[in-house]
Design a protein around this ligand. Structure first.
Ligand SMILES: Cc1ncc(COP(=O)(O)O)c(C=O)c1O
Length: 400
């Protein structure tokens, strides 16, 4: 701060609302800063720490936006809750991919990316003092909405012994009784685990018995390997009675920068999400909505091609990991791999060592929760050659 602004800040101190103090600290901001320091110092850094898809959006979707940008209709305010044609497009995709029927008018809400909806549902469902069940390790954005609502999180440990699925019978009865909302996420970030249909059946029984709304985060719904074609929560009878699914175009079509997501399923929850959004925004730019509907209804071979690329990278990475003796359970979906750290290391110290001595950025597991300790997350978001090079750099440290 320069002296003038310092004086001004003393004369008129800005007092933020208490809720700003409740926001969780952004663990991974530190990681980005450390990596940027290495890059600024001129090191050749391989960044496998983040979750930003590295490939471009398919050309036919970009072209659709170019054309749509010229349509004067889209230069006006869009309808508050978005265009019906986009809701119809996502309903068509769910019908074709998962055999799920959705009423576009009442069972689909358009979001500014999945992240926004994950924070909004906590605002819609939780009062101060309520409990939200959250996977540990898990995607940190779940914490943000719960904190803003003044609610409390109770963590559901995801352990390797239980295939990184929560064990509902092990949760404290006091937490379960107070819980009003729960997040589940398969294919999973950060563990790369997938969930079978039977897991969703069990979740729906558990949620219905205890009156807990289910928020199924299906951000990686398109990305499954080997025999693990991801299943949607909404495929299971009874799902719409107890919850919603969050879907996003970010990963399926490499459209992370476009900010298009959906909340699908239970119509009362969809109504509440639309209602809260009426107070915050006036939907996405119409041209983006048109291009998003082209993504969902146009040729889908770009999606199978993308999954093929990730599968090939995954196999290159695990082959190298096996070769140096870094043993890890194979991921089943998403573009993340979840690897145990060597004995004697905490995940953050291990990640620091990889950054400082191998120029390799990985995400320390503890950043995703207490049960993430002992692991690091590597993304398949670099070329096969760079992934092999990353493992060769680890090999040179003689840790395994
Ligand atoms: C588990 C999970 N859920 C949701 C999202 C949100 O994606 P977006 O806001 O781009 O739709 C991400 C993005 O990284 C994610 O990893």
């Amino acid at each position: 701060m320069n002296p003038t602004s310092e004086r001004a800040a003393r004369a008129f101190p800005i007092q933020p609302a208490d809720r700003m103090q409740q926001l969780p600290t952004q663990f991974f901001a530190k990681l980005v800063r450390k990596a940027n320091e290495q890059i600024a110092a001129g090191h050749d850094v391989i960044n496998l720490g983040q979750g930003n898809p590295d490939r471009p959006t398919p050309g036919h979707i970009v072209k659709a936006l170019q054309g749509a940008a010229e349509n004067p209709l889209y230069h006006k305010y869009p309808p508050f809750n978005g265009y019906l044609f986009l809701k119809e497009a996502v309903a068509q995709r769910y019908r074709e991919d998962y055999g799920v029927e959705l009423d576009p008018e009442t069972e689909v809400a358009i979001l500014f990316g999945g992240k926004t909806g994950l924070v909004e549902i906590a605002q819609c469902m939780l009062n101060p003092g309520d409990v939200c069940l959250v996977p540990d390790p898990g995607y940190p954005d779940y914490w943000s909405g719960v904190a803003l609502a003044g609610a409390r999180m109770a963590f559901m440990p995801l352990t390797e012994n239980n295939d990184f699925l929560p064990d509902y019978s092990s949760l404290a009865a006091t937490d379960v009784d107070k819980a009003k909302l729960m997040f589940i996420n398969y294919p999973n970030n950060p563990t790369g685990a997938s969930a079978p249909l039977s897991f969703y059946e069990e979740t729906i029984r558990f949620a219905a018995r205890h009156g807990i709304v289910v928020a199924s985060d299906f951000a990686y719904g398109a990305i499954g390997f080997d025999e693990h074609k991801p299943v949607s929560f909404l495929q299971v009878p009874g799902a719409k009675e107890v919850g919603v699914e969050f879907y996003t175009l970010s990963k399926t079509y490499n459209m992370a920068g476009w900010r298009v997501g959906f909340c699908l399923g239970n119509r009362e929850i969809v109504r509440l999400i639309n209602l809260i959004q009426d107070h915050y925004y006036c939907s996405l730019f119409g041209g983006i909505q048109e291009a998003a509907s082209v993504a969902l209804t146009g040729p889908q071979d770009c999606v199978s091609e993308l999954v093929r690329v990730y599968a090939s990278r995954r196999s290159a990475l695990y082959t190298e990991l096996d070769r140096i003796g870094w043993k890890a359970k194979r991921s089943q979906g998403s573009f993340f791999t979840w690897l145990p750290v060597p004995d004697g290391y905490a995940s953050e110290a291990f990640a620091d060592r990889l950054l400082n001595e191998a120029g390799l950025v990985v995400a320390p597991g503890v950043g995703f929760g207490e049960h993430g300790e002992g692991y690091v997350r590597l993304g398949l978001l670099s070329s096969e050659e760079r992934l092999r090079e990353a493992v060769r750099r680890v090999e040179a440290l003689n840790l395994f």
